[in-house]
Write a protein that binds this ligand. Structure first.
Ligand SMILES: Nc1ncnc2c1ncn2[C@@H]1O[C@H](COP(=O)(O)OP(=O)(O)OP(=O)(O)O)[C@@H](O)[C@H]1O
Length: 299
């Protein structure tokens, strides 16, 4: 595995807030990562560190094997799309698409214009006069057409309608398939992008809660329901991230082995079972870690 971003004990503290707390992770080449977490979890701060927009308080950070700060070699290979992107006052949509070529060696001008057409962007309109959704579309086009080896989107869809969001997911996936690169997507719309994600990084209170292959994760979580003693038998020795009691019945989300045998085992015990969506799992895991901070260990 070729590593694009590596952090060791990375920490970023503002005055009295630790936004990123002892995070050690590796982001591999040519994969799509979901950077997930509640509001204020530390996602934007982590992305700012990875793109050298902020300095860590302590710990190590390497991007493409190097320190990213004021490092042209690294920054040329990185594209960071954030909602609050500022543009020069006089810039029109067209100017953004033309200037991007100076920043990104892999910029595909023709493709950028065809995307602008699909997103129905008025090329001659000033950036200051765009609606929120149009502004988000410009960011998305820059993010896709830059083909940067490390592309990071911080909640890129704000203001985008469902049709435009779906267009974003489709074009991102198509272009990624043709031109593989490392993509980090921070989002709260987990169900919408779930299919795109190959790896999930979940942070809570600045700490790394989960760093796992998305398919493995999807296969491991199961919701079982039935009489309490049977659910307890099923959950014995495994981690339960959510438990709800209704009369004599219990419903529990349990992290299983992911070997495919869990459904059968549940059936043999007479329990009903269903898969858990990535979004549900993230919610349950975040809640479980808040209820019991000791549980922040491995699942
Ligand atoms: N410049 C700053 N000065 C002080 N505190 C900050 C600063 N930037 C972020 N924080 C704090 O650091 C913590 C993490 O914030 P961050 O923006 O990284 O979270 P986030 O996961 O991106 O949240 P959201 O999903 O709401 O965008 C929060 O408690 C926030 O208030």
């Amino acid at each position: 595995m070729s590593v694009v971003v590596e952090t060791k004990g990375l920490r970023k503290a503002y005055k009295d807030t630790v936004a990123v707390d002892n995070v050690s992770l590796k982001i591999a080449e040519n994969k799509i990562y979901g950077l997930l977490g509640r509001n204020g979890a530390g996602k934007t701060t982590l992305m700012h560190l990875m793109t050298a927009q902020q300095l860590p308080t302590s710990g190590e950070l390497k991007v493409f094997g190097e320190n990213p700060y004021e490092n042209e070699r690294v920054l040329k290979r990185t594209c960071f799309i954030k909602e609050s992107q500022k543009y020069p006052d006089t810039f029109r949509v067209k100017d953004v698409l033309e200037t991007a070529a100076d920043f990104f060696p892999g910029w595909d001008r023709e493709y950028a214009y065809s995307l602008a057409d699909e997103f129905r962007l008025p090329l001659r309109r000033g950036m200051k006069k765009l609606s929120r959704g149009m502004l988000a579309s410009v960011g998305i086009i820059v993010g896709i057409a830059s083909r940067a080896p490390l592309t990071i989107f911080d909640e890129p869809y704000l203001g985008l309608d469902a049709v435009a969001r779906s267009l974003f997911y489709d074009r991102l996936m198509e272009d990624y398939t043709e031109h593989p690169r490392t993509i980090v997507l921070s989002t709260h719309l987990i169900d919408e992008i779930s299919k795109l994600l190959e790896h999930v990084i979940l942070i809570e209170g600045g700490k790394l809660l989960l760093d796992e292959d998305a398919d493995a994760l999807r296969g491991r979580a199961i919701r079982v329901s039935g009489p309490a003693f049977k659910v307890n038998e099923f959950a014995e020795g495994r981690k339960t991230v959510h438990r709800q009691t209704l009369g004599g019945l219990v419903s529990a989300v349990v992290i299983g082995d992911g070997d495919g045998g869990d459904r059968e085992r549940a059936q043999r015990l007479g329990l009903s079972s269903e898969t858990v969506t990535l979004q549900q799992l993230v919610v349950h895991m975040t809640n479980a870690s808040n209820a019991n901070p000791e549980r922040k260990a491995e699942i």
